[in-house]
Design a protein around this ligand. Sequence first.
Ligand SMILES: Cc1cc2nc3c(=O)[nH]c(=O)nc-3n(C[C@H](O)[C@H](O)[C@H](O)COP(=O)(O)O)c2cc1C
Length: 304
Amino acid sequence: MVNLSVNIGELRFKNPVLTASGTCGYGPELEDFFDVSSLGGIVVKGTTLEPREGNQYPRMAETPSGMLNAVGLQNKGIEYFEKHIYPVIAKYNTHVIINVNGNTIDDYVALSERINKLDKIPAIELNISCPNVKRGGMIFGTNPDSARDVIRAVRAVYKKKLIIKLSPNVTNIVDFARIAEEEGADSVSLVNTLLGMAVDINRMKPSLSTVTGGLSGPAIKPVALRMVWQVSRAVKIPVIGMGGIMTASDAIEFFLAGATAVQIGTATFINPMAPVRILEGIEKYLADKHFSDISEIIGFLNRN
Ligand SMILES: Cc1cc2nc3c(=O)[nH]c(=O)nc-3n(C[C@H](O)[C@H](O)[C@H](O)COP(=O)(O)O)c2cc1C
């Protein structure tokens, strides 16, 4: 038996495979395919105080080895979440993490305070990296002072585990990870999508209504991996890695580079079973190599 459990502070995850926000709804969407409680955790769609319609269509475009999205944080708001979604997902035997978004610091604070009262939610992922909204989102995550202000304000009111989701659309992501650590975050997750665009040459228009959108999938994996490696060498708090993880081998690269856990996003659009297949593959790799604990490979590159 291989021990797959990992910790963020004292919060224990039964295994290191989580779903990435915005790519699998809230969990019930995956129930037809596998038991979602078998995963280490589920990070639900970006949530805001008020309902949001998101951006105009078209807001998805396929690109070589990836996709662009400009969904724009469409969700029904925290009240709907509390009344209709929370009672369903609170029954899962795994950690459900809410991805928190806002236009202003006050929004982030009010939402985090409210989620703090939900017993079955042990952590939030503070999204300061959404590239697809006009206000908030990446504007916080690409300016060091704004990033510090919003993390500090949320840390003051949110008492459980605080994960900061970082943007890759910066010159030096390490600076932002250090700010998160200094302000008392328990973990950083990276990366959110990379800003990109595509043009539809038949319509002679941008493929997305918003012109630019967030690139995800295998195309971004080398960039994400490099950033996880850099950040994990620079901070002591655990790093959650994501970006183009399609297979167990991809996930293992992230562990070796320093990730304590991984999130699976775009892969679930191709195969909804991807998170469990990846989990099985990680276990097999460890067993084949005669490791008894995932911790033996986490940050392996940094030890040599
Ligand atoms: C359709 C779509 C919606 C997304 N929505 C969110 C979101 O609401 N909040 C968030 O932090 N990240 C969101 N993301 C980013 C993913 O969580 C993840 O960071 C990114 O896609 C990279 O991982 P991947 O290549 O495995 O998909 C979204 C990504 C996609 C493709």
